[in-house]
Design a protein around this ligand. Structure first.
Ligand code: ZN
Length: 366
């Protein structure tokens, strides 16, 4: 199986060379080749203009942006795949081989990448918004991820779908509608159990799977090398935004919690001295009010039932929720930093979050 890397004119040849070197450095049945094929701008007039400063208004982009003729942005998926097909035809590329277009051009849905049959495009720009690591790492990941997905026969347009994870879990098939979520899968270099089964069901060559995971591991190390070097030994500011969203802008990460977990976490952020489980019922009304604001549901019964069991010291629900919150925090930021943000305490005593409150930037009231 051959994988041809090609590019649109605005992408520097060195950038494609860097990505190619990384991919080709891992032996296996997939042979990576790069081709400096120059598209004729008369034949493809949409390649004539390039607006590096064009910005989508939302990071979570699910509405198609209409092509602006004067600025020639953004390109539709059809235009991007048209270039792949043109190259395929010019060079007589067999159907079983992949053609991967690397481009700095924005695409109409603002996706990182996409695959149609065995044509793939990967957006090679803007990675500095998500990581300080060299962009060759996330780009190489995107190339490999799309090949695996194509071989897995995943339809990532029709969601919900068992193999497209809208809630990220550190699997190559995390959807990442919020683009910042992409760093999780790049850092884990992993694949979840159900996707692993699907790989086996589809009979994908084990040697290729190994090659792909060698690449993912290389990417993970490349990215973590930078992250580790940058990581402060001390905790950094936790920003709470509407939602609520728990963000660590200095680290470029987000702690993602379900509403009931968020409500509990917000309550414990508020009471610096901590709360004993047997005293939780004293905070019942406050917890219910926070949870209600987050859920925005009219189902009062459900809110009451969830809160009642959470504050009941005999239910064990506080302990379960605490463990899950702490696990999420650990997997998000690693063992060095997690203790600053986790819920600490021992049975019978106060449970608290030890983060110095001058590092808490609460931008919304709950
Ligand atoms: Zn998965």
């Amino acid at each position: 199986m051959k994988i041809y890397l090609i590019k649109t004119p605005e992408l520097q040849p060195e950038s494609m060379k860097d990505v190619h070197e990384l991919l080709a450095g891992h032996a296996g049945p997939a042979v990576f080749l790069s081709d400096d094929y120059a598209f004729d701008p008369n034949q493809f007039p949409f390649l004539n203009k390039y607006w590096p400063e064009y910005r989508f208004q939302h990071t979570m982009e699910d509405k198609k942006k209409v092509f602006d003729k004067d600025r020639s942005v953004p390109l539709s998926w059809q235009e991007l795949f048209l270039l792949c097909d043109h190259f395929r035809k010019e060079k007589n590329i067999p159907d079983g081989d992949f053609v991967v277009l690397l481009t700095m051009r924005k695409n109409a849905l603002n996706w990182f990448s996409h695959c149609s049959r065995r044509n793939i495009f990967v957006h090679a720009g803007d990675w500095h918004h998500f990581t300080s690591a060299d962009p060759r790492y996330p780009i190489a990941y995107q190339v490999t991820e799309n090949i695996v997905q194509a071989l897995m026969c995943i339809d990532n347009i029709s969601i919900p779908n068992e193999f497209v994870h809208e809630v990220p879990k550190g699997c190559i098939n995390d959807l990442c509608m919020d683009k910042h979520q992409v760093m999780l899968k790049l850092r884990t270099a992993d694949i979840c159990e159900s996707c692993h089964k699907k790989i086996q069901q589809e009979g994908i060559d084990g040697k290729f799977v190994k090659q792909a995971f060698d690449i993912f591991e290389h990417v993970r190390k490349g990215i973590l090398g930078r992250v580790t070097a940058k990581q402060p030994a001390d905790p950094c500011t936790l920003v709470v935004e509407k939602g609520p969203r728990f963000l660590l802008p200095d680290m470029g990460i987000e702690i993602r919690l379900y509403p009931l977990f968020s409500a509990l976490y917000l309550l414990l952020l508020k009471y610096t001295e901590g709360i004993r489980v047997k005293d939780l019922s004293n905070y019942r009304e406050e917890l219910a009010a926070i949870y209600h604001t987050i859920c925005q549901t009219d189902n009062q019964e459900k809110v009451e039932a969830n809160i009642s069991s959470l504050v009941d010291p005999l239910s064990g629900h506080f302990s379960q929720k605490k463990s899950k919150i702490n696990k999420t925090i650990l997997s998000t930021m690693g063992p060095e930093l997690a203790p600053h943000y986790q819920i600490q305490g021992i049975r019978g005593g106060e449970f608290r979050i030890n983060l110095p409150r001058e590092l808490l930037d609460l931008r919304v009231r709950y």
